[in-house]
Design a protein around this ligand. Structure first.
Ligand SMILES: O=C(O)[C@@H](CO)OP(=O)(O)O
Length: 270
């Protein structure tokens, strides 16, 4: 004989849907202060440590996951590996999707951020870096950074491959991937962990939290800092009190240290 409480629990007085977002740890090009985009660079030593620390924070929260998503770039893949290892989830399926890649930085890829400011001015670089709809100058097909020259994209229709991307163009692949691939898994009751990138995650949280275009320009996402969302059955975030606005999801860890990390990302250009 079930108690009333137990019957209710079984009949779907359900918990919120859980999604844990995590930007990769510091990469060797973050360390060198270069625009990276789709270029596939490794984590720095500090980046590995950050990802392990981030994973420990997720473990301490006692979160359970059923499926993981990441990009096709090793800094995010390795970050996810660390998080899965620290939380004892190495066994769950991992989906690697180009749609979760970092925003393609066009002609800026490989350039030093401060040298780019010295050459083009901080206002122009801020527009390329954080405006919603102005992409950096495009590269061309002869560039070593053109995805059409990269074997991992060989089976993709060339018209899917960017020469550069704004946040708007990044969202045009991230958000449909969220809606079409990830949301059905959430609706099936699965808990999700996603390891991705500063700008692909900015595109996703802008969508989840309905952040206006001028406000998202001010939003920076720190490396390897777990960001927890609870969603209702309509996939709307259930705000956490501890959230740092305009986000409604909450970062795990020491909030002062997290704010300092956010400032660090902002200051990369000066
Ligand atoms: O270089 C990049 O690809 C991104 C993330 O590292 O940089 P930014 O924060 O300047 O958009």
């Amino acid at each position: 004989m079930y108690t009333l409480a137990a019957r209710c629990a079984r009949r779907g007085v359900r918990q919120a849907h859980t999604v844990l977002l995590m930007r990769h740890g510091e990469s060797v090009w973050n360390l060198a202060n270069k625009f990276t985009g789709w270029h596939d660079v490794a984590l720095s030593e500090k980046g590995h440590e950050e990802a392990i620390e981030g994973g420990k924070l997720v473990a301490a929260e006692g979160l359970k996951f059923d499926i993981a998503y990441t990009s096709v770039l090793k800094r995010a893949i390795r970050t996810l590996d660390h998080a899965l290892e620290e939380t004892d989830h190495m066994w769950i399926p991992v989906v690697k999707a180009w749609q979760l890649n970092e925003r393609h930085y066009g002609m800026l890829q490989g350039l030093d951020k401060k040298e780019t400011v010295a050459k083009h001015g901080s206002d122009q670089v801020q527009i390329w870096r954080r405006s919603y709809d102005v992409p950096p100058p495009p590269l061309d097909e002869s560039s070593e950074y053109y995805p059409g020259n990269d074997v991992r994209y060989q089976y993709l229709d060339k018209k899917c491959l960017p020469f550069t991307e704004s946040l708007e163009l990044t969202a045009a692949r991230v958000v449909p991937y969220w809606q079409q691939v990830i949301v059905p898994e959430l609706k099936a009751g699965k808990n999700i962990i996603i390891a991705a990138h500063g700008n692909s995650l900015r595109a996703l949280v802008q969508y989840l939290d309905a952040i206006p275009n001028d406000v998202i320009a001010e939003l920076n996402i720190p490396t390897a800092t777990p960001l927890l969302y609870h969603l209702d059955d309509d996939m709307n975030p259930i705000p956490f009190e501890e959230a740092i606005a305009p986000l409604t999801g909450k970062y795990l860890g020491d909030l002062d240290a997290i704010r300092a990390r956010i400032e660090g990302v902002k200051k990369q250009t000066g």
